[in-house]
Design a protein around this ligand. Structure first.
Ligand SMILES: NC(=O)c1ccc[n+]([C@@H]2O[C@H](COP(=O)([O-])OP(=O)(O)OC[C@H]3O[C@@H](n4cnc5c(N)ncnc54)[C@H](OP(=O)(O)O)[C@@H]3O)[C@@H](O)[C@H]2O)c1
Length: 251
């Protein structure tokens, strides 16, 4: 269940892909774009129980396509599918990501590789495929990376994840320069948001809320929980990245 409000602008006739848009933050983003008039395709590894589980707003619902974005072929296919279905591709939100708790000292090499694959390499593959389409269409396009405060402060228990998110923000700046002006690339740095994924870390996050000043639930600081906003990292700010809204996701 989620509730959302905001002034996302008018995205009527725009086509949006949200990776990992079947639940949590991604479902909220999908709903925001639907509410703003966009056509939205969401992907994930697991199909929803039924269609009603997908994000809906404004009398319309997101379309689901099964894809594991860690597989470059599947990443490319889901990007192409979005463009084929809607006739264009305006916005890609690289939202699929996350990491279970594992101490860096003892986590396996395979675990570390998989975390970096999901949170850094997969968004690169999705972005490459999206850029190829966006460069060739009127109006270009916008790619939004879902970053994390874990990428800008210590991330104990999710060290590889934090490193991947730091890398993702760096990647976005390079892509923004390479692909400008047609394609804009930005990162949204997200603070703790109450999703199923976060429940895993609830005790840890409660501690961080008390002791890590960068996380500020009041919204007065640059990063805040249960609410997120854009930190433009290129001079080519994206209309999509200007979507601002607050949301609360309940389990
Ligand atoms: N929650 C927070 O507090 C928080 C804070 C900072 C940043 N973030 C970031 O925000 C994003 C969303 O987090 P969340 O808490 O909403 O996560 P979530 O509730 O676990 O949802 C993750 C979504 O990604 C999909 N997904 C996972 N692995 C995938 C893969 N290999 N290929 C395709 N889809 C995949 C999941 O579907 P399937 O499992 O079916 O594939 C699901 O739709 C992540 O990038 C996360 O790092 C979250």
């Amino acid at each position: 269940m989620w509730a959302m409000s905001g002034d996302g602008g008018d995205f009527t006739g725009r086509a949006v892909l949200v990776t990992g848009g079947t639940r949590g933050i991604g479902a909220g983003i999908a709903a925001a774009f639907l509410a703003a008039g966009a056509d939205v395709l969401v992907c994930g590894r697991t199909p929803p129980a039924d269609e009603t589980a997908l994000a809906a707003a404004g009398g319309r619902r997101a379309v689901f396509s099964q894809a594991d974005v860690r597989d470059p072929a599947q990443a490319e296919r889901v990007v192409a599918e979005t463009a084929d279905r809607f006739g264009r591709l305006d916005v890609v939100v690289n939202n699929a990501g996350g990491a279970p708790y594992a101490e860096a000292a003892t986590a396996s090499p395979r675990f570390h590789s998989k975390i970096i694959e999901l949170n850094l390499i997969a968004p690169l593959h999705v972005s490459q495929a999206a850029n190829r389409i966006m460069q060739g269409q009127d109006g270009g396009g916008s790619i939004v990376m879902i970053g994390s405060v874990s990428g800008i402060r210590p991330s104990p228990g999710t060290a590889a994840y934090g490193a991947a998110k730091a890398g993702l923000a760096s990647l976005a700046t390079s892509l923004a320069v390479e692909w400008a002006p047609a394609v804009r690339v930005n990162t949204v740095v997200v603070g703790p948001v109450e999703t199923p994924a976060l429940s895993y870390f609830s005790a840890l996050v409660a501690g961080l809320m008390l002791f890590v000043p960068v996380i500020n639930r009041t919204g007065a600081g640059p990063y805040y929980g249960s609410r997120y906003r854009v930190s433009g990292n290129s001079s080519h700010r994206s209309p999509a990245a200007d979507v601002r809204y607050s949301m609360r996701i309940r389990r």
